[in-house]
Structures are given as structure tokens and as C-alpha cells.
Design a protein around this ligand. Structure first.
Ligand code: FAD
Length: 382
């Protein structure tokens, strides 16, 4: 047992930290205000190997695995959660499933482009009528000759309009529920692919969230990912990885809250001394620091288990649940420590407060994480 990060991971951490401080932090506020993703960051992230963490070197990736991804994501999200989620989805939910479930032809076609940043990756499971209950999704896929024809709508898709590859889920037989769900590799150039409305969001405004509309969308048969009916297992396995990425996002936000709170509490004076002298302020800061220690340990363990190919569904859910609730507590406390200043856009804590909320919602709400954990603990009920 060794709790020190190996040298290679320390290097990745430092690289991500430098990039976050130099490139992301100065722009994060503006990107949030302008509600746009900064595409110039994308090429730079690719140059660092940050768009191909899970992609083997053979396909142009860095092949470093989930723990390395988590460590980089913590740093990126500390500066800009919008960039953080875009990188997380690209690696965990788009590249990851192609690496794990793709045919040789699919890997050769998509992985080099994902790793080099030539294309963005997206993941389309949620629908307007089916979020937590994804097994009930309604998008239909019908095999016609050598292609599938997809009809349906996908909601809240991160990077959906920018993406060059969308991992999309549809059912070939709704009566089979989850056993009918099938995964497809969809390109925006396929006939019938349409981008719907761009969502206006509370936080992570610098990331793109759109509705996708499939109207007789034609997907070549060779672009089916895995077997017919095997899509739900692919979706859930990918989410196990994605949830660890969102835990890392929440850790990054909580760390940013702690850093900002420590800075402010040391500088701001009331009653003749820095507010850091007051115990209620100290307790809030201690709570953030203690929570972060636990959140990192949980997220790193879950990522490590995934890298080892060991079961980790429960650990990923625990890591996400704990980290996302921590991020929200930390953001509330950070705003409180800043007083009125925390409520205004001059200080970044109001952005952290808005960005933190979504970590309790996407890739499975906190209620769903608790269901997953309870299922793991209780097993099959009589
Ligand atoms: C900014 C953003 C980006 C997103 N990006 C993507 C993406 O890239 N790809 C994608 O596929 N999806 C994406 N999503 C969708 C996201 O995963 C869903 O919003 C989430 O899974 C919840 O689904 P829902 O919004 O339909 O809520 P619902 O499922 O309708 O849930 C509403 C409430 O009911 C509770 N609830 C539901 N079922 C139960 C139950 N059985 N027990 C207890 N409580 C329950 C929920 O916890 C929640 O509090 C994104 C969402 C957002 C906001």
C-alpha cells in the first residue's frame, strides 16, 4: 500500500495544474458569461495527451488510464468546470466505450481523431421523457438492409452540436426494455441528424448542452457498437467510468472553493482582525479540507479498481455521491465566507456555486447513486 502518487501521475498532475492556471483560469469567467466553449483550448489539451487518456498509444492516445484521467480532471475543473466536463465526457463516455467495445474498424476510424482532438466526442442516452429510467428510452432503431434507421430525441447532450462522434442509444425492441437497447456510433454528417435547442443553464455555461433530433437518421450497420441488445450494458459500464470523472469534477470545484475561502479569510478583516480568526469560518474551511481528503481517496480508489478491471459500480457511485455533495456544501460555505462579495460576479465563488449543482444531477442523480449503492449492499431482495 502506497498513498503517494507515482512519479508519472505527479507529472500529469503538475502539467494539468500549470495548464489550468495558465490557460483556463484567466478565461473561465468570460466563457461562463459568454456561454461558449473555447475551442483553442481543445488543441492544446490534445497536445498534452489529455483527450486520449483511455486510448491506446497504437491509436494515437496516451493510454494512461482512469486514475491519470481523474488526477488531470481535478486540476482542470479547479479552474474551469465547463472545460472539465467537456474533457470528461470526451474521454470517459465517447472514447472509453469505443476502446472497450469497438471493432477493429471502428477503433481505427474514430480513436485517432478523438485522441488528436480533430473531433469532439458526445454520449446520447437521456431523452426528454426518460432520464433516470434510461432503460425505458423510446428512440427506435429499425434495421433496413445494411443500415439502421433511428427516430427519436435526445436531451441535454454535452458537446452534442460540436461532436464529430455521438455514442447514441436506441431500442430495436421496446418490449424487451433494457435488453432491446443498442449502441450506435453516429456522425453528424449522417442523413437525418439534427441539432435541436441549445440549453440555457444555471452553471457550466461554457460547456455546450443541446437537444439532438434523429429523423430517419441513417446509421450504417458497421456503426453498431457491440451486439443488438447489448447497448444498455455499454451505457452503464461507460457511466461507471463517467461517474468517477464527475467525482473528479466535484473535487476540483470543492478545491477551488477551499482555495478561494482560505485566501479571502486571511485578507478580509472585521472586528479588527482577519475573519480567519473566527471559529465558524475555520469550521467551514476545516469541513472542506476534511471532505476533500475523503473525496480524493474514494475517487482514486474507484479509478484504480476500474483500471485493474475489478468490480467498481458501487465504488464509482459512492465517489460521485460523496464528491458532488461535498462540492455543493463547499460552494455554499465559500459564498458565506465571502459575505456580500461572494454573491457578486467579481469573485469566482458564485460561479463555483452555480457549477457545483449539476454534479448532483448528471450521470445519475444523487438519488440514483444511493439506489445503486443500496442495491450493491442489499443484493437481491427476497
Ligand atoms: C448540463 C447537463 C448535461 C448533461 N449531459 C448529458 C449527456 O451528455 N448525455 C446524456 O445522455 N445525458 C446528459 N444529461 C442528462 C442527465 O444525465 C439527466 O438529467 C439525469 O440523469 C437525470 O435525469 P432527468 O433530468 O430526466 O431527471 P428525472 O429522471 O426526471 O428525475 C427527476 C427527479 O426524480 C428523482 N428520481 C427519479 N427516479 C427516482 C427513483 N427511482 N428514486 C428516487 N428518486 C428518483 C431524481 O433523482 C430527480 O431528483 C445532462 C444533464 C445536464 C443537466
Amino acid at each position: 500500500m502506497d498513498f503517494n502518487l507515482p512519479e508519472e501521475l505527479q507529472l500529469i498532475q503538475q502539467t494539468a495544474r500549470d495548464f489550468a492556471d495558465r490557460e483556463l483560469a484567466p478565461l473561465a469567467r468570460r466563457l461562463d458569461r459568454e456561454e461558449r466553449f473555447h475551442k483553442e483550448h481543445w488543441a492544446k489539451l490534445a497536445g498534452l495527451g489529455f483527450l486520449g487518456f483511455l486510448i491506446p498509444e497504437k491509436y494515437g492516445g496516451a493510454g494512461l488510464g482512469n486514475l491519470a484521467l481523474v488526477i488531470a480532471l481535478e486540476e482542470l475543473n479547479r479552474a474551469c468546470a465547463s472545460t472539465g466536463v467537456t474533457v470528461s465526457v470526451h474521454n470517459s463516455l465517447a472514447g472509453g466505450p469505443v476502446v472497450k467495445f469497438g471493432s477493429e474498424g471502428q477503433k481505427a476510424r474514430y480513436l485517432p481523431k478523438l485522441a488528436s482532438g480533430e473531433i469532439f466526442g458526445a454520449y446520447a442516452l437521456t431523452e426528454p421523457g426518460h432520464g433516470s429510467d434510461a432503460a425505458a428510452l423510446e428512440t427506435r432503431a429499425v434495421l433496413k438492409g445494411d443500415r439502421y434507421v433511428l427516430n427519436g430525441r435526445k436531451a441535454w447532450i454535452t458537446s452534442g452540436a460540436m461532436a464529430g462522434l455521438v455514442i447514441a442509444f436506441a431500442t430495436v425492441d421496446p418490449s424487451k426494455r433494457s435488453k432491446g437497447i443498442t449502441a450506435f456510433l453516429v456522425e453528424p454528417s449522417f442523413p437525418g441528424f439534427k441539432v435541436g435547442r441549445h440549453e440555457k443553464k444555471l452553471g457550466i455555461r461554457g460547456s455546450e448542452t443541446v437537444e439532438l433530433v434523429f429523423e430517419d437518421l441513417e446509421v450504417p450497420g458497421v456503426n453498431r457498437l457491440g451486439e443488438e441488445g447489448g447497448g444498455f450494458a455499454i451505457a452503464m459500464d461507460s457511466l461507471n467510468g463517467g461517474r468517477i470523472g464527475i467525482a473528479a469534477q466535484a473535487i476540483g470545484i470543492a478545491q477551488a472553493c477551499l482555495d478561494a475561502s482560505v485566501r479571502y479569510a486571511r485578507e478580509r478583516r472585521q472586528f479588527g482582525r482577519p475573519i480567519a480568526h473566527f471559529q465558524p469560518v475555520q469550521w467551514k474551511i476545516a469541513g472542506m479540507a476534511a471532505g476533500l481528503e475523503l473525496a480524493r481517496t474514494l475517487a482514486h480508489k474507484a479509478a484504480w479498481l476500474r483500471d485493474q478491471g475489478q468490480p467498481h459500480t458501487r465504488e464509482a457511485a459512492i465517489a460521485k455521491l460523496h464528491a458532488s455533495e461535498l462540492a455543493n456544501r463547499a460552494a455554499t460555505d465559500a459564498v458565506q465566507i465571502h459575505g456580500g462579495a461572494g454573491y457578486c460576479t467579481d469573485f469566482p465563488v458564485e460561479r463555483y456555486f452555480r457549477d457545483a449543482k449539476v454534479t448532483e444531477i448528471y450521470e445519475g442523480t444523487s438519488e440514483i447513486q444511493r439506489l445503486v449503492i443500496a442495491r450493491g449492499v442489499l443484493g437481491d431482495l427476497p
